[in-house]
Design a protein around this ligand. Structure first.
Ligand code: GLN
Length: 476
């Protein structure tokens, strides 16, 4: 039996049936991480993972049956795990140790998960390639010369390389779905408020959500079931009841209708993803699922809207990293003013500085109305357009990315080229709705492509049903 190829659901079952032990499982995945060090995926393997596995084996002997019993998980480096470094892949935070558990970590530990390491990312989650990490780029698991996507590139690569069956990432504007697509796996961005943000280092608080990577639909649903729900430590987390995502995947395929935005069809003309979306529509129709054209008039404006709102919020969120608390302090500083200035200048990377400047610019009194206020208005309009669209269809589909994973370094000279990568993914963040990227099709270099299944708010269960149907059809 090749343990690392098992799904989380299978691992748990085999552990509870006493076919394998947690220690064997954890050791197998740690070996896989060590074997693939050249991909620069995991920044740290937690040295107490095996100890925890031993404790769990003893608990399981006594009848413990947590939903993630013995399942090894890797977390993005911006998620607090008490006593462990949480660096956000920033030199500035290299020595920062989390003083408490994030709610998601608390929840998965309570269900018997074993967190085995923390994954590389773009510094402070700003980027779409993991090239902005202070600790070096992560390589695409299928083509070493290419990026894995970002900002949760390490988490995506870890799952694709079987270093763990499920990994956690975060989404502000596509950071789970885009790398999932580049690495050929599943990546969920849930409804805003579905998962607590407590203990997640904030990027743009009104957009941030924890997201889930997996190699199949069921594992993804299992993780959401564990981590979703209201949390009194995060007032933006929803009171909406959490459904059982893993029970009953049955889809009444003849009853559903799929919307394809005509603006997207126009936009993707001659893009590498065009043929793939058309193939997907064909595939659905062959399997008895009807698609129809819908309209999302301002969809193209999601990208500029996002690149105003996200930096604006980031500017404010990153103000706390000042060389006094959390971060390292410049040795060149002689007074308080210099502590702030020198520490921030030395600590933050280039992209983070760019975002801080952008954010301050769009919030400055002379430009506030022209940029920030306008972007907020557009966000309301776009959200409304989605709401109306969901009166006409159950799901909306669109490509996850423009094309396959790009070459390392190919877009770094012009940041706007990287921003453009997010054109299809930022839509769901702007509207606060859930979207799952599923692997479908290949590009001209044989690398994976993704399709997004987007649903109305809190329709994660429906999204999983639809995705499972597709997964099964593709497996036939
Ligand atoms: N690529 C986007 C950005 O750089 C999204 C990042 C994210 O979702 N964390 O802001």
């Amino acid at each position: 039996m090749d343990i690392i190829k098992l799904s989380a659901v299978e691992i748990r079952k085999k552990i509870l049936n006493k076919e394998i032990k947690c220690t064997m499982v954890v050791q197998a995945f740690i070996n896989q991480i060590k074997k693939n060090e050249k991909y620069n995926t995991v920044l740290e393997v937690f040295d107490d993972a095996l100890e925890r596995a031993k404790e769990l084996d003893a608990k399981i002997e006594k009848g413990y049956i947590g939903l993630l019993a013995g399942v090894p998980i890797i977390i993005k480096d911006n998620i607090f795990y008490k006593g462990k470094v949480c660096s956000c892949s920033s030199k500035f935070m290299e020595k920062h140790v989390a003083s408490y558990n994030s709610t998601v970590v608390e929840k998965i530990l309570n269900e018997g998960a074993i967190i085995i390491g923390r994954a590389n990312m773009d510094e402070f989650a700003m980027g779409s390639s993991t090239e902005n990490s202070a600790f070096g780029v992560t390589h695409n698991p299928l083509d070493y010369d290419r990026v894995p996507g970002g900002s949760s590139g390490g988490s995506a690569c870890a799952v694709a390389l079987s270093m763990c069956p499920i990994a956690l990432g975060t989404e502000t504007g596509g950071s789970v779905r885009q790398p999932a697509s580049f690495c050929g796996i599943y990546g969920l961005k849930p409804t805003y408020g579905r998962i607590s943000r407590y203990g997640i280092v904030a990027y743009a608080s009104s957009l941030d959500q924890v997201g889930i990577f997996s190699r199949n639909v069921e594992d993804n649903a299992l993780m959401l079931e564990v981590i979703a729900g209201h949390d009194e430590n995060d007032s933006t987390s929803s009171h909406m009841a959490v459904e059982s995502y893993i029970k009953n995947f049955k889809l009444q395929s003849e009853k559903i209708s799929i919307g394809v935005p005509e603006e997207i069809l126009k936009l993707i003309k001659n893009m590498p993803c065009e043929k793939n979306l058309l193939n997907f529509i064909d595939f659905l129709e062959k399997n008895g699922i009807k698609t129809k054209k819908i309209s999302l008039k301002d969809i193209e404006l999601c990208l500029p809207t996002y690149y105003i709102l996200a930096p604006a919020e980031a500017t404010s969120n990153l103000a706390r990293f000042d060389g006094v608390k959390y971060t390292t302090r410049s040795e060149n500083a002689k007074n308080l003013q210099e502590i702030y200035k020198e520490s921030r200048s030395e600590g933050f990377g280039k992209e983070v500085k760019r975002r801080i400047m952008l954010g301050n610019f769009v919030l400055s009194s002379g430009y506030y109305d022209a940029y920030y206020k306008k972007a907020k208005r557009l966000q309301a309009k776009i959200t409304d357009e989605f709401k109306r669209a969901f009166l006409e269809c159950d799901y909306i589909i669109m490509p996850t990315t423009i094309g396959e994973a790009f070459k390392i370094g190919s877009k770094s000279s012009n940041p706007v080229d990287t921003y453009k990568e997010d054109i299809f993914t930022v839509t769901a963040n702007i509207a606060g709705i859930p979207s799952l990227s599923i692997p479908f099709g290949k590009g001209e270099n044989g690398l994976p492509l993704g399709i997004q299944i987007i649903g109305d708010v809190f329709k994660e269960k429906d999204i999983y049903r639809f995705a499972k149907f597709i997964e099964e059809k593709l497996g036939e």
